[in-house]
Design a protein around this ligand. Sequence first.
Ligand code: TYM
Length: 327
Amino acid sequence: MKRMVSGIKPTGNLTLGNYIGAIKQFVELNKNYESFIFVADLHAITLPQEPKILKEKIKEIVGIYLACGLDSNDTYIFIQSENIYHTLVSWILECNSYMGEMSRMTQYKDLASKEKNITTGIFTYPILMASDILIYDADVVPTGIDQKQHIELTRNIAIRFNNRYGDTFKVPDEVIPEFGSKIMNLQNPLDKMGKSDDNPKGNIYLLDDLKQVRKKIMSAVTDSDNTIKYDLDKKPGISNLITIYSSLTNKSIKKIEDEFKNSNYGDFKSKVADEVIKLLEDIQSKYNNIINSNIIDETLDKGLIKSEKIAKEKAYQLLNKLGLGRY
Ligand code: TYM
């Protein structure tokens, strides 16, 4: 069976963007792939984190994975830092990557242009991401568009390594949804909806109070032309709502435009709110049953045993190829 690998960083609160861009894909692909879905906690510490909150957020993501429909019977869910082979392989890959290619990563460039004191981890984390993926010989990696450059880097590292040391890694394919790969902030539709940004009014969090969710959607920033038409350049706000509606109902953009051609923005926003609330109600009721049960630990134990077995084999294969240790 082919393999899927992906992860989410436990920083801030998971958003509707994380659901539409990533988790929804995980659940759909899960039917046809052997799946390794992890909590990318080592990625979280590239920025300072409060240990107590980080621990809570790690558990919360596992609860959300399960509440969204992933199941420990057919998905290996684990915490990245518990599987120590990711960091070992990451170091080996760091020694086979170049400053030039790392300096071109736009997420690093953006942060470096805004902040003076950034950690070395911010610079090298795309290599840890490559390790997360290559260690499992992943066939596909579902993510939103913001991770595209990192998956391309991963492919380049794999190809280069294979050329140098012989066939070692599978070269993975990215899976980025055609619509919904970048859900935007409702208050500023030119900015991505992000779990750690400072404007909660523009972000829908998966565990948000449902009344607040309706309020946030009804007050989403739109243009003044009042026609429901998809046009990213001229109408980014309404296009973002159309994308959300399309992702949750599986209706095409064309169908949505036809269906709402005689409606105003208020009517449409109210329908979008109904769909989002229906989804979150379901996720939240499952989450509340799961979060304080044994299912969390049972899931993580099972995921760790399997992921560690595979990662260890790959790590030892690398040590052997590079002439390291006694392997
Ligand atoms: P992270 O935690 O920032 O985001 C998790 C996933 O959610 C997607 N996403 C979005 N999709 C659509 N619209 C949005 N507004 C939106 N915001 C976030 C992201 O594209 C991502 O798929 N480095 C990664 C985590 C990671 C990883 C990996 C992913 C670590 N190792 C290996 C895949 C494979 C990150 O920080 O994602």
